[in-house]
Design a protein around this ligand. Structure first.
Ligand code: EPU
Length: 303
């Protein structure tokens, strides 16, 4: 339970700020891994009032985090004392020539397809990456040689620390392998992408191929958070875990996927603790065998 939940009349006050109060939501319902205890969520319907909402939380000393699509997130079983801000799907995408402005709350796959319909390509590789555009930007999501950072031209951000909204050019952001230079309290509001022209049929054909590749090599029908560890430079984590014979290793309800060894799947009603323990086991085995320290790719939220 957050500090805010202890105050009376929260629902009405939050509604008055263009948002919705959802207390004690089980985060297992908001994450693709389907684990995680309770936290209070504020669903933001009017992003133009974020500064007021931020001020309201700051005055009460209530810490907050931003919850995106929950597809790269592992939340502990105890839940979180912070309020989670969740942007409701807002405005439509706005197209102008080779540029498109996409709301951060938009689904990434939907954005790729909407661009394709307007003969705008360059994002085909990202088609099977789940989650929101905002989450993809924060992680600089990538697949099959494409990273979202490559096509970003400008971003509109709400800075939690200052309460100011600012539009920045891509040159002032560092996009690296599964990492960006945004600060944790930067809330992405929208992004302008610049995409090359490509016929719809050609884009669709590429999308089909990437979907096939992904289906063949990743457990897309099981509950996971995608790859659980980053690839150390020059190494493939999946290959190393596979070589150690760890596929199929089960701890509680969590299993190392037989399809891709860098995926942990929640097959038997796993807890977050099961998954964290399985991650520790993998980390230890890789360190012993290869002398490499694995870095988490999944974002872990502890209280
Ligand atoms: N491999 C194995 N066994 C496995 C898995 C992989 O031997 O169980 C081998 C493959 O045969 C291949 C090599 O390892 O020779 C690399 O595998 P893959 O092509 O699947 O790529 P990856 O490096 O494991 C990365 C990203 C994925 C992304 C794919 C496709 C990371 C940590 N992972 O995986 O991203 O979808 O490339 O581009 O960078 C994610 O971000 O969550 C994610 C899944």
């Amino acid at each position: 339970m957050s500090l805010l939940a202890r105050e009376p009349g929260i629902s009405e006050q939050v509604a008055g700020l263009g948002a919705e109060w959802l207390p004690e939501e089980r985060l297992s319902r908001h994450t693709s891994l389907a684990v995680g205890g309770p936290a209070d969520i504020i669903r933001v319907h009017d992003v133009h009032r974020l500064a007021e909402l931020g001020g309201y939380l700051r005055r009460r000393g209530v810490p907050w985090r931003i919850l995106g699509g929950g597809s790269n997130l592992l939340v502990v079983d105890e839940g979180l004392p912070d309020v989670l801000l969740h942007l409701a799907r807002g405005e439509a995408m706005a197209f102008a020539g080779n540029h498109v402005e996409v709301p951060a709350a938009a689904n990434l796959g939907t954005a790729v397809l909407e661009c394709a319909k307007r003969n705008l390509g360059g994002m085909e590789g990202l088609i099977g990456v789940p989650g929101t555009v905002g989450g993809a930007l924060r992680m600089n999501a990538g697949a099959y040689g494409t990273e979202i950072g490559d096509v970003v031209r400008a971003l509109t951000l709400f800075h939690g620390a200052t309460g100011l909204t600012e539009t920045v050019k891509s040159e002032s952001v560092r996009f690296e392998y599964r990492h960006s230079s945004f600060s944790p309290d930067d809330v992405m509001l929208s992004v302008t992408l610049e995409l090359p022209n490509s016929p719809y049929a050609v884009i669709l054909e590429r999308i089909k191929q990437y979907n096939q590749k992904r289906r063949a090599s990743q457990p897309i029908h099981e509950r996971s958070a995608g790859c659980i560890f980053k690839n150390p430079s020059g190494h493939s984590t999946g290959k190393m875990i596979d070589e150690l014979g760890l596929k199929g290793t089960r701890l509680g309800g969590a299993v190392v996927s037989e399809r891709h060894a860098n995926f942990i799947v929640n097959r038997y009603q796993a807890t977050a603790t099961d998954i964290l323990k399985l991650m520790d086991l993998i980390r230890e085995r890789i360190l012993k065998a290869y002398g490499l320290e694995l870095e988490e790719e999944v974002i872990v939220w502890k209280g």
